[in-house]
Design a protein around this ligand. Structure first.
Ligand code: MOS
Length: 701
């Protein structure tokens, strides 16, 4: 199809409320832990109370005698599952989800048992009463930037190390050098809806109602684990209350499937908030070193970015923070490295803007430091270092409207009036400052399949294995389908969240809506051809299907990214060290905006998370126990309403010329750069540079 044009019928490009919004606010929308099933039993996970060791014994007898308790699953009585396979992402699976397969404990909170009972209360009572004996071993959870046992690691096709030009020679020849270390703490997804799965075996077929980012991914993983044909596993996830990277295959689906098979009854397992801190992945802490060398006019000669993160002893995960420095700025020499260290901790995973969120804090803080050193405006410094091509890859960019984002943002924010001197503005006792940072995030597409049916009554049904994790994807896809079909959105039924609809990329990598929209527009094109003859539509309708594997992998190689410019104004209380963000503005170039209402909500949601990352969020691990201190929303602070000032997100026109619909993706870029913009504003307010997140009052004092 040619890029779609707006017709009289369609509403793509104009604000549209969520098509399922009424169901959600009235409670009609059912989530994974709310699906009623006859004969349902309830499982409660039991996590280890040691960070490393072996389970010596599990005292099941007293718990089995408790009211309502049906069984206690543990490594001694649980069927084996397969863990030797390749995931749909081409990686080895994280064995953490394969519960009760051996007696080893790999981190604090490691799942050691599941108590199943008639009610959730009885299961919880049993789980809390269950006595587990351990042979404890010494553990090591001490993350730091100078770990001697760190090693470089590739990530999802990205090399661990890149090296272009003569970094040391360029640094030596530089008039100005910034050499600084930055750290970011362990952060957690904390989706509003905890992980939950309701599972039954239906005549040999595994039927799973779950909260996840891709029904097809969970289907594939469970089929592998239970040695089933994928068609013998059905996963549904119609409504999902947030995911952010943490909702893949986890202990709850596997434990529920094992228990359901053992009991011959449907079983539900839902996690508690506290369990989520140990069992669903998290963003690793990072230690990053940046070295910038520049001429006196701010032009970069060298850009070095080394990043270290922790991973578990059982699975490797890279928080690819140095990636931003491979695409951000021009320099004669670039050197980047990503390393990991294995600790007795849960395996980290992707979390909203993986890599870019912590990486941009380091790089965009360092660029602000360089601007101050050179006496150049921070925006002007970035403009002087705009690359013509991918600085490391040498690839041409797709559209790169970063300068336009800065221009528009500076105009709206009132940047031209800014006094560059730090520490000279006051409002009563508070010091005021403003800061800025660039944002960018991958804008890729991945394969999906879709089916579109022209119904006999003149309406249309779309079936696609998409996931709306709260983003508004279902609504955006409805608008896309309506536009392609040249009909009104209310004549389109969008059915998503079911692995029976065929393989599709997940709600991940800011690629969900784009990848699904592509498949839907292809299927609509096929349907329009089928209908072109003008024959009537039979009672069962006319269905056309698509598979975009060929087209998305056929795209010419480019640096495909969305861009943004973040602006923050802060007030710092020098008496208490409290930082308050007063204003936050983000201007983005992120492809065609399908639904401004939900796209803005995605962008501001990311920006709010950026404030939270800058000022509040920090999971604290106790080195003695190896576990978290305060693994809940009282101990782990997230930004609340009172922390959120005027947050404004807007965009410049940026349709992706190579996407059939023009989409790039808006799910993650909102958080990128915000922490740096806030920290840069704190420097501007106080004259003190802060390189460690979060900017807690005790650090700012
Ligand atoms: Mo998202 S962190 O790409 O699942």
């Amino acid at each position: 199809m040619t890029p779609a044009t707006t017709t009289e019928h369609t509403a793509a490009g104009t604000a549209h409320r969520r098509v399922e919004g009424r169901d959600k606010v009235t409670g009609a929308a059912r989530y994974a832990a709310e699906i009623p099933l006859a004969g349902l039993a309830h499982g409660w996970l039991v996590g280890s109370t040691v960070a490393r060791g072996r389970v010596r014994s599990v005292e099941t007898a007293p718990v089995l005698a408790m009211p309502g308790v049906l069984t206690v699953l543990h490594h001694g009585n649980t069927a084996r599952v397969t863990t030797d396979y390749v995931t749909v992402l081409g990686t080895s699976p994280d064995p953490t989800a394969a519960v009760f397969q051996h007696d080893q404990v790999q981190h604090m909170g490691w799942p050691v048992a599941l108590v199943v009972a008639e009610t959730p209360e009885q299961a919880r009572e049993g789980a809390e009463a269950l006595v587990v004996h351990y042979d404890e071993e010494p553990h090591d959870t001490a993350f730091s930037g100078d770990r001697a046992d760190a090693y470089p690691l590739d990530s999802m096709g990205q090399p661990a190390v890149t090296d272009k030009g003569e970094t040391e020679a360029e640094l030596a020849a530089s008039a100005v050098v910034v050499d600084a270390c930055y750290t970011t703490p362990e952060n957690h997804h904390n989706a509003m809806e905890p992980h939950a799965a309701t599972v039954r075996w239906d005549g040999g077929r595994l039927d799973v109602i779950d909260s996840n980012q891709s029904a097809a991914w969970i289907q594939s993983e469970l089929a592998n684990m239970f040695s089933l044909d994928p068609q013998s596993v059905r996963v549904r996830s119609e409504h999902v209350g947030g995911a952010f990277g943490g909702k893949g295959v986890r202990a709850h689906q596997v434990a529920a499937a094992l228990a359901a098979r053992a009991l011959g009854r449907p079983v539900r397992v839902a996690m508690t908030r506290r369990q989520m801190f140990a069992l669903i992945g998290y963003r690793s802490p990072t230690a990053q070193r940046i070295r910038l060398g520049a001429d006196a006019d701010g032009r970069l000669r060298a850009l070095q970015h080394d990043s270290l993160n922790q991973t578990s002893t059982v699975h490797e995960h890279v928080e690819a923070s140095a990636g931003v420095s491979r695409v951000g700025y021009d320099a004669a020499a670039h050197r980047t490295a990503q390393r990991v260290v294995r600790l007795d901790v849960p395996t980290p995973t992707w979390m909203r803007a993986p890599g870019e969120a912590p990486g941009s804090f380091a790089l965009e803080s360092a660029m602000d430091e360089l601007a101050a050193e050179c006496g150049i405006d921070p925006i002007e410094l970035r403009m002087r270092n705009e690359p013509e091509r991918g600085p490391v890859s040498g690839l041409p960019f797709g559209s790169r409207r970063l300068p336009d984002c800065f221009r528009e943002g500076a105009r709206r924010f009132g940047w031209a009036d800014r006094d560059p001197r730090p520490g000279v503005r006051r409002d009563g006792r508070r010091l005021l400052g403003t800061g800025t940072a660039a944002a960018s995030f991958l804008a890729m597409a991945m394969p999906a399949t879709a089916a579109v049916t022209a119904e006999a009554d003149g309406t249309f049904t779309v079936r696609i294995g998409a996931a709306d994790v709260g983003t508004g994807a279902r609504t955006a896809l409805t608008l896309i389908a309506a536009e392609a079909l040249r009909t009104a959105p209310d004549r389109v039924r969008m059915r998503i969240g079911d692995s029976d609809f065929g393989p599709a990329w997940g709600a991940a990598g800011s690629m969900g809506t784009r990848s699904w929209a592509w498949a839907i527009t292809d299927a609509v094109a096929a349907l329009r051809e089928r209908l072109a003859g003008g024959a009537g539509i039979p009672p069962e309708g006319v269905t056309a299907r698509s598979d975009t594997s060929g087209s998305v992998f056929g795209l010419a190689p480019r640096e495909r990214r969305a861009y943004g410019a973040q602006f923050a104004e802060v007030a710092v209380d020098p008496g208490t060290g409290e930082v308050r963000v007063r204003r936050l503005l983000g201007i983005f170039a992120a492809g065609r905006i399908v639904n401004p209402l939900t796209a803005r909500s995605q962008l501001t949601g990311g920006m709010i998370w950026g404030i939270s990352m800058a000022l509040h969020e920090e999971a604290v691990r106790d080195p003695v126990s190896g576990g978290h201190v305060g693994a809940d929303l009282a101990g782990y602070h997230v930004a609340a309403h009172a922390d959120i000032p005027a947050v404004e997100a807007d965009w410049v026109d940026d349709p992706d010329p190579e996407d059939p619909v023009g989409i790039k993706g808006v799910g993650e870029i909102g958080v990128v750069g915000v922490a740096a913009a806030v920290a840069n504003a704190v420097w501007h307010a106080t004259g003190v540079r802060h390189r460690h997140l979060p900017l807690r009052p005790d650090r700012v004092l």
